[in-house]
Design a protein around this ligand. Structure first.
Ligand SMILES: [Zn+2]
Ligand SMILES: [Zn+2]
Length: 378
């Protein structure tokens, strides 16, 4: 039996992604834009469930895409309100004890210039404003700019040129060193957060070339939030066993998907049965949908968007000289936590998954907090 993709659920999710599509009139009444955009349907919550003014509901009395959109947008709002927040450290108060009795301490002279240190009169702790960037020759601004430009799709050499325009002279080898160092610091911190992802996931694999060698990057993505849950690099597409990827996804998200969408690769079927084919809620049976397509064939909107994201990843990978897991980790961090997503109304996948990184420079916010957390545990 080949399970059918739930068309209404997929359309409902699409509508809910754009905030302005669902208007709240009262606690029980909502207006939902029709997909053509020139009409609104009235969705009302009753004791018996949702009621919608659209023909699909009126004539077939099924839960229509508008009711699904209202439910999802309420979920999204709740998740954003209850998100864990990672905020920039403002240095107005002590990072250790929180008290505001901060005075200027000694100056440190290092390669990037002079850095003011501060002393907390409450607990005696000393700290500087470049937390996470101590002993670096370049400023936090230059380092985070390099990461932004590089993961935004530029080659290492073009990243170097972008920095040169800012008056920062640095070799591309040094930039790669920064990237490795800071990706590892960020990853160590971010991996303790559990993304609250949705119930439909996709597994996909893309071809990448490392050192002239053909390799595959396997990924698990959440359909609703676009959160890139887990990844793994393998030598071959057919012989690779994705169980490691699936188990990693389960551990990171702390759940299994109710629906998994993959291509026709037989090993996905096997891993799904072993690791995901469990009933998580009594009334729902887990489903594995295999979209069997020709290589590169695009047959619906959603796949097209996914392929676009794959291409984004490919652009950054192109300049890679060897299998560098730090680069792939960095891409994942950039995708999940940094880059605003057009399809998510300018949110990041992490925002939607309940982890909100704040501040003008999200790289810096994460690095500050990661370094502070490391200091605390040492
Ligand atoms: Zn409707
Ligand atoms: Zn203190």
């Amino acid at each position: 039996m080949n399970p059918v993709f739930d068309y209404r659920a997929s359309r409902g999710a699409q509508i809910a992604q754009v905030e302005s599509n669902v208007r709240r009139i009262s606690q029980y009444e909502y207006r939902v834009k029709s997909q053509s955009g020139d009409w609104e349907y009235t969705v009302i919550q009753t004791e018996a469930g949702w009621n919608c003014s659209c023909p699909d509901f009126q004539f077939r009395s099924v839960k229509c895409k508008h009711a699904i959109a209202v439910e999802l947008s309420l979920q999204i709002r709740r998740r954003i309100e209850n998100a864990r927040r990672v905020v920039p450290l403002d240095y107005q108060s002590c990072l250790s004890c929180g008290c505001a009795e901060i005075v200027k301490d000694s100056l440190i002279h290092n390669k990037s210039g002079v850095i003011q240190r501060f002393l907390c009169k409450g607990c005696g702790d000393r700290f500087s404003k470049n937390l996470g960037f101590e002993k670096m020759r370049a400023s936090p601004e230059s380092i985070t700019l390099a990461m932004q430009v590089y993961f935004g799709g530029a080659s290492l050499r073009n990243t170097q040129k972008a920095l040169a325009l800012q008056g920062v002279k640095v070799s591309h080898v040094a930039i790669l060193k920064w990237i490795r160092k800071y990706v590892s610091i960020m990853d160590g911190y971010l991996k303790d957060f559990t993304p609250r992802v949705g119930e439909t996931w996709r597994a996909d694999e893309m071809y990448i070339k490392f050192k002239g060698k053909m390799q595959y990057l396997f990924s698990l993505m959440d359909d609703e939030t676009r959160f890139w849950i887990a990844q793994e690099v393998a030598d071959s597409k057919e012989r690779h066993n994705p169980r490691g990827l699936f188990i990693a996804g389960r551990n990171i998200a702390n759940r299994v998907p109710e629906t998994l969408i993959t291509d026709g690769l037989p090993s996905y079927r096997y891993a799904w049965k072993k690791d995901y084919a469990w009933r998580t809620t009594p009334d729902k049976k887990p489903v594995h949908i295999r979209e069997i397509t020709l290589e590169g064939a695009v047959h619906n909107n959603k796949m097209e968007r996914m392929n676009g994201e794959v291409r984004d990843r490919e652009r950054v990978m192109r300049g890679l000289k060897n299998t560098d897991t730090a680069i792939i980790k960095g891409l994942q961090i950039y995708h999940n936590f940094i880059r605003p997503h057009e399809g998510l109304n300018g949110n990041t996948p992490a925002d939607r998954a309940g982890i909100m990184v704040e501040g003008e420079n999200k790289w810096r916010t994460i690095i500050q907090n990661a370094s502070h957390a490391r200091k605390e545990t040492n």
